[in-house]
Ligand binder design. Structure first.
Ligand SMILES: Cc1cc2nc3c(=O)[nH]c(=O)nc-3n(C[C@H](O)[C@H](O)[C@H](O)COP(=O)(O)OP(=O)(O)OC[C@H]3O[C@@H](n4cnc5c(N)ncnc54)[C@H](O)[C@@H]3O)c2cc1C
Length: 434
């Protein structure tokens, strides 16, 4: 089949990879001049999510104070944003959280296998490291994380619960003052450079005949029972017969279209009358040179409650988090200086508290991006009411690993083969579940 994939982030590239592996002819359309320029660019390094760092669950926004949760909650008078936060709060309940994470888990498992297969087949160096230490400042934080820690046990995820002293012994860059309550070490959890992985995989795909239409924006999707097609905006600088700016829309047709366009997804689906209750969440990244080698952590440190990850990537520290939850309209505009400042201050403070002296924060490069989250914490990986349209989106702020497994499910749906995940998981990811 001919398949068009809209979006050149990890979601789209992973989808193209699985579609090509299943024998389809694939064309990826991306509005930027190259791939990995959306949320994928700001990626914090975690390859697969664990119950300790998914962005819903018992510890997520238990209070509304950014200093405690790492999330600046600025709904203003926007009732949609408040409702969205309320829906996510349902998963503070440990049983609901366990059920939801249980549905997600098979996707995480296939993702692990997919990434391992890619690494076995192609010798790709994308700055992989191993070992993640989740740290907790207060006893209460550890108690709140108890149901997530139990899920690590029930899914047989290798982990060790560490006392404060054991945390410092495992990662000497953590200071003993101020005191911490303890931590959870995931010795096999991996971190790496997601934008680099995405670019390397794009190269593999190009060599294998996948077509890339870069610098082209999809403005609308058309789908009927026989064919699907996407409309591309005129190229910048294109001229018409009279020398004026061309308004000619290019149409490319295919047997199926996959929308993996990150935050661009809702607008594209709207052209077919499909609406989704997804909400944007802004996130920040600081990338700073290592200041003192002897103070730089060899493990990735995650402040589990504030959801701030501090990952070493070669000679740089990448610090990510500083989430801002505000209305969709505000999230689509440049963030105000004061909000950016608050979010970045959270990252700077976490670096100072957990790995002082490791990174030259004054020389850090700041970046911010937007991720879509669903009100039940799970992505949308699904066929749609249009037989030729598929959606792979809303992987949330832990999207690398999920995207790779989700891609395999989408490829199976398009190829009419049995997806390798239980029916319960497929139902939980469907577009019509909301
Ligand atoms: C700061 C930050 C830190 C993160 N940290 C982690 C982490 O540690 N671990 C983890 O697993 N995940 C992390 N995530 C989440 C992860 O990066 C995302 O889930 C993932 O990158 C999403 O990939 P995507 O392909 O769905 O979206 P994107 O990367 O946003 O890609 C979508 C692409 O579609 C293109 N597009 C959109 N509309 C159109 C259109 N109309 N026409 C053509 N092209 C279009 C965009 O230009 C973009 O390139 C983080 C996210 C952020 C922002």
């Amino acid at each position: 089949m001919d398949v068009i994939v809209i979006g050149g982030g990890i979601g789209g590239i992973a989808t193209a990879y699985q579609l090509r592996a299943a024998g389809h002819r694939v064309c990826v359309v991306e509005r930027h001049a190259t791939v990995a320029q959306g949320a994928t660019y700001g990626h914090g390094g975690a390859v697969l999510p664990s119950p300790l760092d998914v962005w819903f669950g018992p510890t997520f926004m238990q209070t509304r104070r950014a200093a405690k949760t790492g999330i600046v909650f600025k709904p203003g008078f926007n009732s949609e944003t408040r409702d969205f936060a309320k829906k996510l709060a349902q998963f503070h309940d440990p049983h609901r959280f366990a059920t939801q994470y249980g549905a997600l888990r098979p996707l995480v498992d296939i993702s692990r296998d997919v990434i391992a297969e890619i690494e076995a087949e192609f010798p790709l160096d994308f700055e992989q490291r191993t070992g993640v230490l989740h740290v907790f400042r207060h006893e209460r934080d550890l108690e709140l994380a108890d149901s997530a820690i139990k899920l690590l046990q029930s899914f047989e995820t290798p982990h060790r619960i560490l006392s404060a002293q054991e945390c410092i012994a495992a990662e000497p860059s953590i200071p003993d003052d101020p005191p911490l309550a303890g931590g959870v070490l995931l010795p096999d959890a991996r971190t790496a450079n997601c934008p680099l992985f995405t670019k390397l995989l794009k190269q593999v795909l190009e060599d294998d005949g996948v077509q890339f239409r870069l610098g082209r924006e999809v403005t609308a999707i058309r789908a009927d029972a026989q064919r699907a097609a996407v409309e591309l905006a005129p190229l910048n600088g294109a001229v018409d017969g009279k020398g004026g700016r061309s308004r000619e829309v290019e149409l490319i047709a295919a047997d199926a279209v996959v929308v993996a366009a990150g935050t661009g997804t809702p607008a594209l689906l709207a052209t077919l009358g499909i609406s989704l209750p997804l909400h944007p969440l802004s996130l920040h990244t600081l990338t700073a040179p290592i200041a003192y080698e002897e103070r730089a952590p060899h493990l990735t440190i995650v402040d589990s409650v504030k959801r701030i990850a501090m990952t070493r990537i070669n000679q740089r520290m990448r610090v990510t988090g500083g989430a801002v939850l505000q209305s969709a309209a505000k999230a689509s505009k440049p963030m105000s200086e004061s909000l950016t400042h608050r979010a970045l201050a959270l990252l700077g403070q976490a670096t100072h508290d957990w790995i002082p002296g490791a990174a030259k924060v004054s020389a850090a490069r700041a970046w911010s991006g937007v991720r879509l989250m669903s009100p039940d914490g799970l992505p949308v990986v699904s066929a749609t009411s249009h037989a030729r349209l598929f959606v792979n989106t809303a992987h949330g702020p832990a999207g690398w690993g999920i995207a790779c497994g989700a891609a395999k499910v989408i490829a199976a749906l398009i190829s009419h083969t049995e997806p390798d995940v239980p029916e319960r998981t497929l139902r939980a990811l469907r577009i019509d579940r909301f």
